[in-house]
Design a protein around this ligand. Structure first.
Ligand SMILES: [Zn+2]
Ligand SMILES: [Zn+2]
Length: 172
């Protein structure tokens, strides 16, 4: 296992169940952390609180990663950003790790896959600038949150209404 900001040495625990060590550190976010619509920018700081505890079968990692995520409102495309606390918990096995399980390798554990899965679960998959965001005007693309009274009413260009009638007719 290579080294890296998310690789932790568990030798200090000596494989003695009940022994634990806590960390508080700031690490740079890796690339492609999060979702396409809402993710953590590469290199942005992640506040990581981590506790490693030796148990019978391996090393239990628990902690919290505080990330700053950015994206776009899925309704109106305004930029959205949010601070999200992500809970981490994973048991790394000394040996005999199953298919979906992680192992302690050379007394080291890699937290990155755990962080990636937890961040994807914790981030909203449909980020909104506001829970009540009304989205965009279907006629002109105007952001409705900027003027709740936005309407075309009778003021709509007659050429457009003629077009609207033309396009609607075949469906009738
Ligand atoms: Zn919005
Ligand atoms: Zn409009």
């Amino acid at each position: 296992m290579t080294s890296g900001p998310f690789v932790f040495d568990t030798q200090v625990l000596g494989r003695r169940p009940g022994t634990e060590k806590s960390y508080e550190l700031v690490v740079d976010a890796p690339a492609d952390l999060g979702l396409d619509v809402f993710g953590v920018p590469e290199g942005s700081p992640i506040d990581l609180e981590l506790r490693l505890e030796a148990v019978m079968e391996g090393v239990l990692a628990t902690g919290t990663a505080s990330v700053h995520a950015v994206g776009e409102c899925v309704r109106c495309l305004e930029p959205v950003e949010d601070d999200v606390d992500v809970d981490l918990q994973e048991l790394y096995f000394y040996e005999g790790a199953g298919e979906d399980e992680l192992a302690v390798e050379d007394e080291m554990i890699d937290l990155e896959p755990v962080l990636r899965d937890a961040v994807v679960l914790a981030l909203p998959h449909n980020p909104l600038c506001d829970p009540d965001c009304p989205g965009l005007c279907p006629d002109c693309g105007f952001r409705l949150a900027d003027d709740p009274d936005h309407t075309h009413g009778d003021a709509i260009d007659p050429r457009w209404s003629a077009l609207t009638q033309l396009t609607e007719r075949p469906e009738e």
